[in-house]
Each structure stands twice: as C-alpha cells, then as structure tokens.
Design a binder for this molecule. Sequence first.
Ligand code: NFS
Ligand code: SF4
Length: 638
Amino acid sequence: EPKNPLRTTDPGTIEMYKVAQENNLETVFERFVAQQPQCGFGYKGICCRICLAGPCRVKAEEGPASRGICGATAYTIVSRNLVRMIAGGAASHSEHARHVLHTVHELTEGKTKDYEIKSPAKLHKLAEKLGIETLNREDMDILADVAELAYEDFGRFKDRPAAFLDSFLIEPRRGKFKHTNIMPRSIDGTVTELMAQTAQGVDADPVNIIFGGLKGSLADLVGEYIGTNLSDVLFGIPEPIVSEANLGVIQESMVNIAVHGHNPVLSEMVVAAARELKAEAQKVGAKGVNIVGICCTGNELLMREGVYLATSSASQEMAILTGVLDAMVVDIQCIYPSVQQLADCYHTKIITTEAIMKIPSAQHLAFNAETAMEDAKTLVRMAIAAYKFRDPKKIAISSERNSLVAGFSIEALTEIFANVNSERPFSVLTDAILSGQIKGVVQMAGCNNLKRQQDESHVSILKELVKNDVLVVATGCSAGAFAKMGLMNSEAVDKYAGEGLKSFLRMLEKANPQLATKLPLVFHLGSCVDNSRGMDLLQAMAKELKVDTPKVPFAASAPEAMHEKAVAIGSYCVSMGIPTHVGTMPYLEGSDLIYGIATQIAHDVFGGNFIFEVDEKIAAQKIINALEYRSWKLRIHK
Ligand code: NFS
Ligand code: SF4
C-alpha cells in the first residue's frame, strides 16, 4: 500500500487532505487504494449478473466457458451492461428534469408562491420553439402548455417523437435519427424498453442492443433539454458573472452551508432563504450566511447567482474537514454516502431533502414546492443552530480560492457574437474557424474519477487545447476543475491561450464593452444537464455553415468520466455526430466488436465516434486532429 494515497492535483484539496491524514480520517483516497486491484472481469464488461443463474463470467476464448450459462457471448454481455448504464444515466437526468417540471406544474396550478417565471423571454422563446401559441396569452397559460408537453415527453407511447428533442434538432439530424430508428417518443418508455430489451433471454444482437442504447442516450438528452430550459424559465437565463472557486471560499466568520447535488429547485431556494436570515445568523455571532456550491447544483447557482463554487465531486468530503461547514444540504446524485461518516467527527449537519435520497443517520427534511421557502428557511436555521457547536480546535480552512467568470448560456454567447455581427452571430465563430484563427470548439465535460489523479486530465487537456487555439466550453466537474484552478478567468488567457485564440477573445471583448469583465480562457456552460446548451451551440454552428453536425469542427471530451450520466452524455454526443474523447475506459474491452462499434462503426452511421485515450497529450492531439480534419474539409468545399 502506498504511503500517500493522495490522488489529486487540486491545491485546495491537497491542503485539506493533510487534515484528514493528521486526524486519521478515512476519505475517498484511502478507499480507492483499498479497492485495488479492481475486478478484471467487471473492468472488461464480461461479468453478467442480470439473472439469478449468474454471476457468469466470460472465462475462455472458446468453448462453454466463453459464454454465460444461457449462452450469452461476450459481445452480448458487454453491450447489455453498457446500455444499462445509459438507461441509468437517462433515468438520473430525467428524474432531475421531472422534479423541475413538477415545480413548474405546481406554479401553474397556483400551488406554490415561492417560485415565479423569472424569465418570460425564455418562456416565449421556448414556447415558440415547441409550436405553442404565445400571442395575446398570459405567461402562466403558456407555461401550463409547455409543462403539459413536457409531461407527455415522459410518458407518450405513440404518434410523435419527444418534443423537447425534436424541436431542438436541425433537419439533417432529425432525419438521421428517424432513419436509424433511434428517435425516442418518451423518456420513461425508452428507459423501460431498454431494461426489457437487455433482460435475460431477450436481445442478443449487439448492434441492435447498441442502437437501443443510443435511443436511450437521446432520451437522456430529452431530459436535459427539459431540465435546462425549464430551469432558465424559473431562475433566469445565465449571463456572464464573476465569482470565486475552491475550498477557500468557506469562511470562518460566516455560517457556511454547502448545497450539494444537482437540482436548482432546492438550492435556489436555500440561497433566497439565506439572504433573508442574515440577521438570525448575526445573532449567533456570525457575519451572515455563506452559501457555497458543490458539484452541479453548485454550477447551477454559480451560473445564475454567482454563488461561490467550493469544490467538485472527488473532493466533496474536504469541505467538511474545514471544521466550519455548518451544514451540507443535499438533493440527488454524486453525493458520497461517506459525507455522513466524516460529519460524525465534526459539528456539520448533513441534511437530505428528497424522498429517493436518504443517508443513514443523516437528518432528513422533505423539501416541497408548496412550502419551499419555509423548508429552505428551516434548512438555513439548522445550519445557524449548528454554528455554535463548532470545535475551534478542528478549524483548518484552505487558503485556496480563485476568481472566475461563468454564465455562458447560448443566449449570452449569441449576444456576445451579435455585437460583432448582428445578422449572423454564429458566423463570428465559424468564420474564425474557416480563417484558421481558431481550430474549432471543444466541449469539456464530465466528472472526476480517481482512476486519474483528480483534475489532472481536465487541466492538462485544456492547456493543450487552448495553446493550440481551440475555443473550449465546459460543464460539470470539468468546469469545476478549471474554476478551482484559476483557469476560468482572463489572466489565464494571457498565460495559456495561443495567439489565435487570444486575438479572437480580445476581438469579442472589444465588441462587448457592456461586459463587466474580460472574457475567461474557457466558457462555463453550466451543469451536466446544461450539456444540452452545447448541443445548441453545435447546431447553431451547423446551421451557419449549412452542413450537418458531423462536418462541424466541434469535439467533446470527458477526461475523467465516472457516472452513468456521463456514459449517457457521451453516447448522445456520438449520435449527434461529435468525436467524443473519454479518458477513463468504459467497461467494454471484453469485446472487440463493441469497441469497434463505439470507435468506428458509429462514425459510419452517425458521423461521431468515441476516442478512448487515457494519455492526456495523445488525447489532446487526437481531438485537435479531428477538428483540423473537419475544418480542412470545410475549407476545400467552400
Ligand atoms: Ni455530472 Fe454533476 Fe460531477 Fe459527474 Fe457528478 S456532479 S451531473 S455526474 S461527478 S460531472
Ligand atoms: Fe448468466 Fe445469461 Fe443469466 Fe447473464 S443472463 S447471469 S449470462 S445465465
């Protein structure tokens, strides 16, 4: 066992980890080491536990041991396991979306006073896109129709494809999905179908299974479009905003509450409640209430409210080790159950809020749309009450905090480009690519996965891309990595951008004097559901270039992918015609056929493909090659 199991490059985390070691506290880093070596059958995807005759493993090249008891071969087992991860990812994103949708529904029914239509502009744009009448109608009625259509997208069984995908697609992609029979009608139906398709004794054809999986990934995208767009209606369209990130944003003089998880429906309300309860915090001796974000709900709040981002997924435990985190309010997804184990050694209150997400011995407070503000105030008061139980001996806060600029929704980007060319905003971007000033766009996304040193792959790939004049947009914990490391500001442009990218960003700045800040090295698009914003960007570029998406110099990269959600996102990126790099291997090396479908055959059908590469330098080069090939082809056809 190595003496120092630390697997992170994040300076804030390195600092806080010393506290864990000094106090003999177990963290994710020790558990990662304890899990080694991980199971080779599982790693290759050739372990099947889908029925009770198993677990079966593919143990030989040929003969009876090369198949499961039912006769399922490696390619069947690998593809089934893989697409069940996609189904899991689609279920996660969609459950998040469904919760936002329920809140919208409560609002239109007059059952909650705590939410509002913050952005009527977004509502109208969305309704028009969905073909819903807006002329001379009340906003609430329009929203009710939008909500009804979204509900249908969850459960529709015939007639038409999902509206929250269909309405967002450019014609050639829509045609491609129809032609290949992967256009989902509904989210719930598609996820259920996928589970049924991959049950014992059903589909054995790996190509058919993978196509089912791609349909599942598009159902995931439906959920993301619902999540992103309805959140914008309720909480506003993100605009460029200044903030700070890393564990140093947690402050000793304040009551500190981390909102952790994914859903802005909860965390936005906590932010509002904290503003109202400042005086109560002062009564116990604090200066006020400091809300900090962890993981994607942190990204949601950062994008819309400028709330500090404390940290990302792999270092979530470190926030507790500061000794001044009074409460961690969580909703769903990417929350390590271990946070309670650490909180047991501190005064920190862990509070779960959703019926499907509880942690043994953590406090549970059911959060409801009808009583949202009241619930949020109760949560904030729990933190204020915990404040006085801090142990001064246990206080050790990282000094690491970096300034950043976030808030680049597609609307914000459109405005920035429109100030250069108001008639054809996205020509500003595509012309810069055609002229060679920049090489293309890369959407960096996804998690932390301790198979890589935390954040190292995100950061080194970013540096390589920007040095080579690639415009990078980012979401999720990838964006979190850049924010924490001081790479999401304009000083980083001077330090790391190539000459072409630098001049492109400076040109945009000149045309946008209204911006309160200079442009950052990488544009934060938002949380993981906001990867949908990247699909809008891709298609806006395709429209401008008058081509289908596989011809657009646009790539994606998830260097440290971990969650099932990331598998779903990567798969729809491929379906959308994007070369998609992944730096942590999905469980598919047990079948050459499936590996080949993911990396090559997908390209023949959809124009996008996976690039599996763990070496950051080589990965960056492969991504750049893909962009250069596409822009070269565009130039010779112009
Ligand atoms: Ni995305 Fe966000 Fe992070 Fe990965 Fe988890 S927080 S939704 S899944 S780990 S990027
Ligand atoms: Fe084994 Fe087939 Fe059952 Fe899988 S479905 S556990 S391979 S018998």
